[in-house]
Write a protein that binds this ligand. Structure first.
Ligand code: DX5
Ligand code: ZN
Length: 223
């Protein structure tokens, strides 16, 4: 386990688009560690989502750092579009870029923390040679592209194996983020497996009960 306090990164694509500012303020008050922004290009994943201007707009009402999840092909070509701040973290998919090490180095060069995201089918061995370039690994617990999907069950064991791999190789400071069907029930299992940062979408926070009460409940499950 990394020593960092486990946290919640609410998925802004699941917030109320007509009241995004109000939702951001409420989520900050409720203790969001980051705001998770899903950027989709309609090519790497079969859907379109949030662009750089949405992140810029939210920064006007909240100082919560951005957790930018790029689900786009060749992310290195578009990094310059994002106004990155110290404390932000940017995830690129292992499957989306040929020169992964160069892309991760470019994220750090731009002043943010670097993370690699792995689809459920992508093996952990594919990131062994970039561990020095990583601050975090994002384990996709569903296939990326849509909110409201069901957990791919074998990803739980993958989190456990990743935590062991990081600790054994001297990377215990590298955090693990989980994204997809982070329900109250699944969050407990993901935490036990070694996850540190929990993307909260429709399964936990943006559902009946209200986002503030749901945030409290989810934080209870992981701390
Ligand atoms: C895609 C998104 C979704 C979603 C997560 O990367 O991050 O996984 O918003 O929330 P759920 O699965 O709970 O709707
Ligand atoms: Zn995401």
């Amino acid at each position: 386990m990394s020593n960092i306090l486990p946290g919640v990164s609410p998925s802004m694509m699941c917030a109320d688009a007509l009241n995004l500012g109000a939702d951001a303020v409420a989520l900050e008050k409720a203790g969001a560690q980051y705001f998770h922004y899903d950027v989709m290009d309609g090519d790497f994943v079969p859907n379109f989502m949030l662009g750089p201007d949405v992140i810029k707009a939210v920064r006007k009402v909240s100082a919560v750092p951005a957790d930018i999840h790029l689900m786009i092909k060749n992310p290195e070509r578009h990094l310059h579009l994002f106004d990155l701040r110290p404390g932000d973290v940017v995830s690129v998919h292992q499957e989306s870029t040929v020169h992964l090490q160069r892309t991760l180095a470019a994220i750090r060069q731009a002043g943010a923390q670097a993370a690699v995201a792995l689809n459920p089918a992508t093996p952990l061995g594919s990131i062994e040679d970039v561990l020095p370039d990583l601050d975090m690994v994002l384990v996709m617990t569903v296939n990326p592209g849509f909110a409201g999907q069901k957990l791919v069950p074998q990803t739980l064991a993958k989190i456990t194996r990743l935590r062991s791999m990081l600790d054994e190789k001297g990377y215990s400071h590298v955090r693990i983020e989980v994204d997809g069907n982070v329900s109250f029930e699944n969050a407990v299992k993901m935490r036990a497996a070694g996850a540190d940062l929990f993307v909260a979408g429709t399964s936990a926070v943006f559902r009946e009960g209200g986002i503030q009460a749901n945030m409290v409940k989810l934080l209870d499950c992981i701390r």
